[in-house]
Design a protein around this ligand. Structure first.
Ligand code: NAG
Length: 356
């Protein structure tokens, strides 16, 4: 081998090693990693996950939001993580996009990349509880994903084991929806069977971040953080805006309420029969498409979580209110509740630091 060939092949080998090193950095390039380290050194932060621009912008546009002076945002994996302070507390705000998949992905990215001491999720929701009015801002104690089903074969009933139930994969513990119960029929007509039979609601498999990898547990009702839930009691005193203008007001003054349960699934519910089912079966108040996913990810990563969801429509129920006329007012009210929570939660964390 000539000396030239040797040098060339040595150069080639070095280039190969360098490119392998780059690959080993994974999906986060070096320059981004440096910014992340800088940001994290100034943390921890409260993570804020919001489904869409309409619900996020009032938060960012509030005079309370101050972007970080050198790194106002970081773009990664199709998401923009906005760094700054709200009510003088350090926050990272991310828009997740619609649905369980997007909100789960955005939340996991947030928790994997940044030093986060807790997650606040906010948005609007359909209302399934007849005692709660449009415009009310709800804070459920528990969330469940109600879109994971075991669809039972025709002919089987509640006494019959589900497919793979004996493996421990599925359970009859959380109950079912029977399609024949919803047959539209004339007065006096008998209920008939329906080939769709029943769907049985299933808990999610979860894997704890600090647990044995690949060892699953199951979770259906996921509680929000105990401490956050008790802090949220103070939010019930907030006076919300009732009127869009001098002539357009909500029929009742809107209120902030802690409620028992909320449910989420990849389903936009604009159907009164299903809305009533979700309330009678699961005691659900807000019905949305993201909160339970954020709750489940936070649960797995053992990060404190709370969701603030304002009722912006009655999920197929009849309403005397023109829902769309109030949507901006409702988002503004939700942001007001969120800002109050941020102050409360960070005070509590600062007090913890002092206590340590
Ligand atoms: C109040 O707001 C509604 C909805 O935006 C609008 O139709 C109405 O004209 C407004 N009324 C006044 C007095 O500004």
């Amino acid at each position: 081998m000539s000396i030239v060939v040797r040098i060339l092949s040595l150069g080639w080998a070095i280039m190969m090693i360098m490119s392998i090193t780059n690959v080993a950095d994974g999906a986060i390039p070096n320059d981004l990693q440096e910014k992340i380290s800088l940001i994290n050194r100034e943390g921890p932060y409260l993570g804020i996950v919001v489904p869409n621009r309409f619900e996020m912008n009032p938060l960012l546009e509030s005079s309370n939001f101050l972007p970080h002076d050198t790194i106002p945002h970081l773009d990664h994996a199709g998401r923009r993580f906005r760094i700054g302070t709200l009510e003088n507390r350090k926050v990272v705000v991310v828009m997740s996009g619609l649905s369980m998949l997007n909100s789960g992905v955005a939340t996991q990215l947030l928790l994997s990349v940044f030093r986060i001491h807790g997650v606040l999720h906010l948005g609007s929701a359909g209302g399934a509880n007849p005692e709660i009015q449009i415009g009310d801002v709800t804070i459920p104690h528990y969330w469940a994903h109600t879109g994971l089903w075991n669809w039972q074969r025709f002919g089987d009933g509640p006494q019959d084991e589900l497919a793979f139930e004996s493996n421990g994969d599925y359970t009859r513990k959380y109950g079912y929806l029977r399609f024949a119960d919803y047959q539209a029929r004339k007065e006096g007509e008998k209920s008939s069977d329906n080939y769709l039979n029943r769907v049985w609601y299933q808990p999610e498999e979860i894997f704890y971040g600090d647990g044995e990898p690949e060892i699953r547990e199951h979770a259906f009702w996921v509680p929000i953080d105990k401490h956050y839930y008790s802090l949220a009691k103070n939010l019930e005193n907030i006076v919300l805006e009732r009127c869009v203008n001098s002539s357009l007001c909500l029929p009742q003054p809107p209120k902030v309420v802690r409620v028992r349960r909320g449910v989420s699934a990849n389903v936009f519910v604009d159907n009164a029969a299903y809305r009533e089912f979700l309330n009678s079966k699961f005691k659900a108040t807000p019905v949305d498409m993201e909160s339970a996913a954020v709750a489940l990810v936070c649960r797995q990563q053992k990060t404190p979580f709370i969701a603030v969801r304002a009722i912006s429509n009655l999920a197929g129920g009849t309403s005397s209110v023109d829902e769309s006329a109030f949507s901006s007012l409702i988002v503004q009210n939700t942001v007001r509740v969120a800002l109050n929570f941020i102050t409360l939660a960070s005070d509590a964390i600062e007090n913890l630091d002092v206590a340590e």
